[in-house]
Design a protein around this ligand. Structure first.
Ligand SMILES: [Zn+2]
Length: 455
């Protein structure tokens, strides 16, 4: 493994100063009870571990675009609404752009002039920094390690700053998915992407055709793919199943799953009931085997995204039968995006010994005040189960993943400062405990869940 440059693992003083300015607008201090300033300084200096994000490989001029940033990229879906804070209409993005690219100095007169200048500036920054751009982006956001949820890693996304989280939904879908895809216009666009990814996994293993039995498929494809990902540095696998189907994974008779596989592996389209049994069976196999080789399992639980996304199917409580499966207790589950807005469902599941959650995407979507309320609720019960994450993803050149990482990191720290200040003020915790909780959420809980070495 090549580490191309030595970075100071501590965020620079500049980051702390920029963050403090972002966290402590004077008007806010006058308008409401102040956030504890010493705690704010302490939180700003913590080197965070990002549980979930989609960083991009820095692309050289003329090279093909990076398409490995997600197994289910959302292009091809009908238009749908984004939460306001994810859009460029929200002023948080101008603040991120100024923090990263000093855009306030431009005095751009029109929006289009500003956006054109920003695109040029970002392209120049990527070109100049090259493979160092991603690590530079982490430094700007005070992030030490980012878990990169990608189909494959690549130049610029090296360990130890970046760790891989691979995609595994495709392994649940070895048969013809045409009937499953027909459910909604979204699923019609998304299922073929899983079929393409499974082909890639088979190619990686040099498996020319699917084995004729389910046990053969598990032995020759599922387990070797998970082992390959682990050997390639993956610390977790990710299910995006909520984009495709509800998260109600049952525990079918293995004989039924075997029959469905054997009947359709050479051709034909399973009924929905048949396919669900096979998927549910394979879900448990994948989870169990991921844990056996030392990987956590991340599951997308969020209100979004898509034009025909089934919000009710993404409810955290649907996972309870799987989370209560005693044969899966050797695997750590991370409910990514906190199940937002069903955060109380998530909270109830955190009592199970192997269940965790992260605030990725929540710190993009929610204001610091709203996120502080959720954190206070969770930290009061299960402080060792809550992880920081960003879900930093790239929208376009004017809204790159590096900006999203900055927005999420700044929002999360601000929210933590608000929640912990309130808890201190109400006499629930002292300053030492507040600092410990901040370290746990931003860093230490992730080290425990993903088996990272503290550096
Ligand atoms: Zn994500």
């Amino acid at each position: 493994m090549v580490i191309r440059m030595r970075f100071s693992p501590r965020p620079g003083r500049l980051f702390v100063r920029v963050l403090l300015i972002a966290l402590l607008p004077a008007s806010a201090l006058l308008a409401q009870a102040p956030i504890d300033s010493a705690l704010t300084v302490y939180i700003a200096a913590i080197r965070a571990i990002d549980s979930h994000a989609h960083p991009m490989r820095p692309i050289r001029a003329g090279a093909p675009a990076d398409t490995d940033f997600d197994a289910l990229s959302l292009d091809g879906l009908a238009p749908f609404g984004f939460q306001h804070r994810l859009t460029l209409d929200d002023p948080i993005w101008r603040r991120a752009q100024n923090a990263l690219y000093q855009t306030d100095a431009w005095h751009a007169t029109t929006d289009s002039a500003y956006r054109a200048a920003l695109a040029v500036t970002v392209a120049r920054a990527v070109a100049e920094r090259g493979d160092q751009f991603p690590a530079w982006a982490l430094d700007q956001a005070g992030i030490d390690i980012m878990l990169a949820n990608r189909v494959a890693m690549g130049p610029g996304l090296d360990a130890p700053r970046f760790r891989w989280v691979s995609f595994v939904d495709a392994l649940m879908l070895p048969l013809d998915t045409r009937a499953e895809a027909a459910a909604t216009p979204d699923t019609r666009a998304l299922y073929p992407k899983e079929a393409t990814l499974l082909k890639r996994y088979l190619l990686d293993l040099h498996v020319a055709r699917l084995p004729s039995t389910l046990d053969g498929y598990v032995r020759a494809v599922v387990i070797p793919t998970l082992e390959r990902h682990r050997a390639g540095g993956a610390v977790a696998v990710k299910f995006e199943a909520a984009y495709l189907r509800p998260l109600d994974f049952d525990d079918p008779e293995p004989a039924i799953a075997r029959r469905v596989y054997a009947r359709y592996v050479a051709g034909g389209v399973p009924t929905h009931a048949e396919y669900k049994r096979l998927e549910d069976y394979l879900f448990r196999v994948i989870v169990r085997e991921a844990g056996r080789v030392g990987m956590a399992v991340q599951i997308h639980t969020l209100e979004s995204f898509g034009a025909f996304y089934r919000t009710a199917g993404a409810a955290p409580h649907l996972l309870e039968p799987a989370l209560n499966d005693s044969t899966l207790r050797g695997t750590k589950f991370v409910l990514v995006h906190g199940g937002w807005p069903l955060v109380s469902e998530t909270q109830a599941l955190l009592a199970k010994p192997n269940v965790y959650t992260d605030i990725s995407a929540m710190d993009l979507i929610l204001s610091p005040t709203v996120l502080a309320g959720v954190l206070r609720q969770w930290l009061g019960e299960f402080p060792d189960k809550v992880l920081f994450g960003t879900d930093a993803f790239e929208t376009d050149a004017a809204q790159g993943w590096e900006q999203a990482a900055w927005v999420a990191s700044t929002t999360a720290r601000n929210a933590l400062a608000i929640a912990l200040t309130e808890m201190m003020r109400d006499g629930e915790i002292g300053r030492d405990r507040a600092q410990a909780l901040a370290r746990m959420v931003l860093r230490e809980n992730a080290i425990a869940v993903y088996g990272l070495k503290d550096r």
